[in-house]
Design a binder for this molecule. Structure first.
Ligand code: MN
Length: 521
């Protein structure tokens, strides 16, 4: 994050412009609302990438969603670069971390603020779950409130406290604070399971499917917001959905009950003036959403870790009763590595074609490429590196023979191991400079993605900065683990791997377990 310069003065433009014609609500009044609401809304926006919904000429004219900070964004506005989902470049999101930024955004006619469920830099970890209750044709916010209580009942049974807010549009949202290390891989399936369960039990009232036709007289529980790519309107954000401005406001369960009893639709709609008075009186009713630590049910988490998808491609391609390659251990059993998670390995692999498998430890797996001609030593030479499926960390020291007929059948040598640093760019950016400290390879290389062929990414790798002295012919064909040549490994016809995770441990080699190959079939 760039350092902020001294507190700026935000200059407002066209303050008298009418933004909500029905009530002659002006842009100046909109900005005023945000400045007054700042102590309440800012904690909920802090460090969250945000999408602004801008209405340059008010709610009756065109609007647009703005994710990327505009080119004229001043330096003092905090920003966070987040990789795009397709890995092509990144989005420079605004972080609304102070009242000046809030006022500056409001002056851009950002009536609505839609933050992500996560904060930077932990973009895989939502701090809460959100259920968006969206009324279909023939139902309304009171129907949503009924569904909200059904949802609360389930969540209560699971020991999870939940908090409701009026959306300021048509429906409501229910928030479940987490504030733990749980990721979208668990919260998404959890939200979906709960929504589908309710849709089954209350088919007359609830749907969990997006189809508009099914929604008639019912409420959609939209669980799909619990995704790394989705934003939800912020608590205390103004909404541009009606002729007059309403605020997305927390509503207590007791108040909801009363509203249901009295069939009081008005209890869900707060003008900016009412909203500010309520904030002063009640304080931030959504404060627990930021502070309450709650865990998803352990039975559910066990199910998630069993079915989690990392390394699925690796497992699918292999029959572990036949190959001696390691089967991945469960994600929840993987340990943090001693080298701080930055090891690399290059395996020389005589399969149908000889190639070098280049693997970098990242996010608990080995990101992998097949480099047919190996890593270049001289400057100005670019070699193709074909991205292959992620491999489990256990593969780090796999050396031996993969049976013929199995995927990748042939001889595998641990050609080099060591640690690496990304000194520039990133894997997700598709361009990175990596510094290798291996037993053979030392120095800086540049890797960059050039295209995707049917889902397969093709990268190039080139030597950077200065050339590396070529290895002797003997070292080119020598395992850094066992000292064996390819021919010797093929002859030994064994397979070995080792769970010790320190690549620099010289004793590793002696402790490697050798296993005789069991003839297949
Ligand atoms: Mn290979």
């Amino acid at each position: 994050m760039p350092k902020k310069t001294k507190a700026p003065e935000v200059r407002f433009t066209n303050p008298e412009k009418i933004f909500f014609p029905a009530t002659h609500f002006t842009k100046a009044e909109m900005i005023h609302y945000y400045v007054d609401a700042a102590p309440y809304i800012l904690p909920h926006l802090r460090d969250r990438p945000v999408t602004l919904v801008r209405f340059p000429d008010g709610v009756t004219s065109e609007s647009f969603y703005e994710k990327n900070a505009p080119s004229f964004t001043p330096d003092w506005v905090s920003k966070a670069a987040v990789p795009r989902r397709n890995h092509e470049g990144e989005i420079n999101y605004i972080l609304v971390n102070d009242v000046n930024t809030l006022a500056w955004c409001a002056n851009l006619a950002a009536i609505e603020f839609h933050p992500f469920l996560h904060r930077v830099p932990d973009i895989e970890k939502p701090t809460h779950i959100v259920f968006d209750l969206d009324p279909g044709e023939g139902s309304d916010v009171l129907t949503c409130a009924r569904v909200a209580f059904l949802l609360k009942e389930i969540l209560d049974k699971l020991g999870l406290e939940s908090f409701a807010k009026a959306s300021g549009s048509k429906g409501m949202q229910i928030y479940v604070p987490l504030n733990t290390r749980v990721t979208y891989d668990a919260t998404g399936p959890f939200a979906r399971t709960v929504a589908e369960l309710l849709a089954q039990e209350h088919a007359d009232l609830v749907v969990s499917n997006m189809s508009k036709a099914l929604r008639k007289k019912k409420v959609l529980i939209d669980w799909s917001q619990n995704s790394r790519s989705k934003t939800t309107v912020s608590v205390y954000s103004m909404r541009a959905k009606h002729a007059e401005p309403y605020i997305s406001m927390p509503v207590e369960w007791g108040e909801l009950k009363t509203a249901l009893h009295k069939k009081d639709l008005k209890a869900f709609y707060f003008t900016p003036k009412q909203a500010l008075a309520r904030m002063k009186k009640k304080g931030d009713l959504f404060e627990p959403v930021l502070t309450l630590k709650q865990k998803l049910p352990s039975a559910f988490m066990a199910q998630v870790s069993k079915t989690s998808r990392p390394l699925e491609a690796y497992k699918k391609k292999r029959d572990f009763s036949k190959t001696k390659e390691p089967a991945p251990t469960r994600a929840d059993q993987r340990k943090q590595t001693e080298a701080g998670g930055r090891r690399f390995v290059i395996q020389k692999h005589a399969a149908s074609h000889l190639h070098y498998d280049f693997r970098l430890e990242m996010d608990g797996v080995l990101k992998s490429w097949a480099i047919p001609k190996g890593v270049p030593y001289e400057l100005g030479v670019k070699r193709s590196a074909f991205a292959t499926e992620d491999h489990p960390l256990e593969y780090f020291k796999f050396e031996g023979t993969i049976p013929k007929g199995q995927y990748g059948g042939g001889t595998v040598m641990v050609w080099d191991i060591g640690t690496y640093d990304v000194t520039e760019g990133s894997f997700w950016k598709g361009s990175m400079k990596i510094s290798l400290k291996g037993k053979k390879l030392k120095g800086l290389w540049h890797m960059f993605k050039i295209r995707s062929d049917g889902g397969k990414d093709v990268w190039l790798i080139a030597k950077s900065e200065k050339p590396m002295k070529p290895l002797s012919a003997r070292d080119e064909d020598k395992s850094v683990l066992t000292g064996r040549s390819m021919a010797q490994i093929a002859q030994d016809d064994d397979a070995q791997w080792h769970s010790d995770r320190s690549p620099d441990d010289e004793n590793t080699v002696k402790r490697i377990k050798k296993k005789r190959a069991v003839p297949a079939g």
